[in-house]
Design a protein around this ligand. Sequence first.
Ligand SMILES: *Cc1c(COP(=O)(O)O)cnc(C)c1O
Length: 376
Amino acid sequence: MDTMSDGTRAVRAGLPDPEQYEPTLPGPVLAAHFHLSGAPTGPYTYGRDTNPTWTHLERAIGELEAPGNPVETVVFASGMAAISAVLLSRARTGDVVVLPDDGYQLLPLVREQLEAYGVEVRTAPTGGDAQLAALRGAALLWIETPSNPGLDVCDVRRLVEAAHAAGTLVAVDNTLATPLGQRPLELGADFSVASDTKGMTGHGDVLLGHVTCRDPGLAAGVRRWRKVVGAIPGPMEAWLAHRSLATLELRIDRQCANALELAHALAGRREVTGLRYPGLPGDPSYPVAVRQMRRFGSVVSFVLPDWERAERFLAELRLADDATSFGGVRSTAERRARWGGDAVPEGFIRFSVGAENAEDLVADVERALDAALSTD
Ligand SMILES: *Cc1c(COP(=O)(O)O)cnc(C)c1O
C-alpha cells in the first residue's frame, strides 16, 4: 500500500486481512471487559485500556499519517482529550511550553491549567514562524497550522529543526489539514495531533481525537495518560470514524476544490475584506502552504463590515447552516466573535465548505451577500 495514492489508501486503511465469512470492517465491539483467565496480559483485558475497534481505527489513522512507516496512534474521546494528553502528560513543574497565541480557542484554558501546575507558558503568533523567538529552554513546542480560525501558516520543517536543535519536542495540531492535507511526522514533528470531530470524520456526528507518534516511548506516555484520565472513545464512535475514513479523499478533494472556488468568488466582492484561504495564490499563507501542504483545507475566512450584516448574511444562507465546527460534508458558517475567545473582528466569518455542488454553493453565498449588504 506504501506506493499507492491517498484515495486508495484511505479506502482500505486499517482493514484486517480477509477472513472467510467475516465482514470487511468488523462492527463495533461493545465490551467493558473480555474473557481473561490467568495473568492479565493483552491484547484485550479491560475496556478502558484496549478495544479491538480502536485497534482497527488506530491502524488506519497510522497508515494515513505516515504511509510505509511504523507509527503508533492513540485515539481519544475528543480532540481536546488528545491535546490534553500530550501537553498535560509531558509538562513538568518548571518546564517551558510554547503555544500559539492564535490557535484553537480552548488553548488559553489549557495554558491556565499548565500554569497552575507550575509550567511556564510562552506564546507567539503562528504567522512568520514567530514561535522561533520563544523556543529557548522549552520542553515542548505546540504548533497549529493552518491556525483556526485565522488560517495563518508556519513552516513546520523550519520550526522543528530549530526546536530539535534546542532539545525541544514538537507537536502539531493537524485538525484543519487532516493527514491528507499535511503529514506532520514527515515534516519532522514528534506528535501529530488532531480533532477527528472535523474533516477526518466529516459528517458532524462524532467527537473524536487522536495522537500519532513515531517514538513508541512518546506514544506509551500518551496511552498511559488516556488510561489514567479515562478519556476513551466509545466503540460506536470509533467504528463510525473508521467507516468515514473510506471516503476521506473523496470528501476532502471535493471540499478543497469548493473552498478554492468560494475564495475566488469572495475575492471579487468589494464588501468582503480580510479574505483568507491558504490555497489562494496571493494569500499570505500561500508560499509556505504550497511547500508543505498537499491539500489546503475546507475553511475560508473573511470579514463583513459589522456584526449586523454578518448575522444577516448567515441568516440568508440556504446551503450553509449557522453552526460551529468545520470539515463536514454539509457547509456551515458562523460569526466567530460570538464565542469571545478569538481575537477577530465582529464581522469575521469562518466558512466551512462542504461537499455540495460548487456552483450551487457559490450562487447561494453571492445571493446571501447581496441580500445582507445591499438592503440598507
Ligand atoms: C475543534 C478543534 C479542537 C478540539 O477538538 P474537539 O474534538 O472539539 O475536542 C482542537 N484543535 C482544533 C484546531 C480544532 O479545530
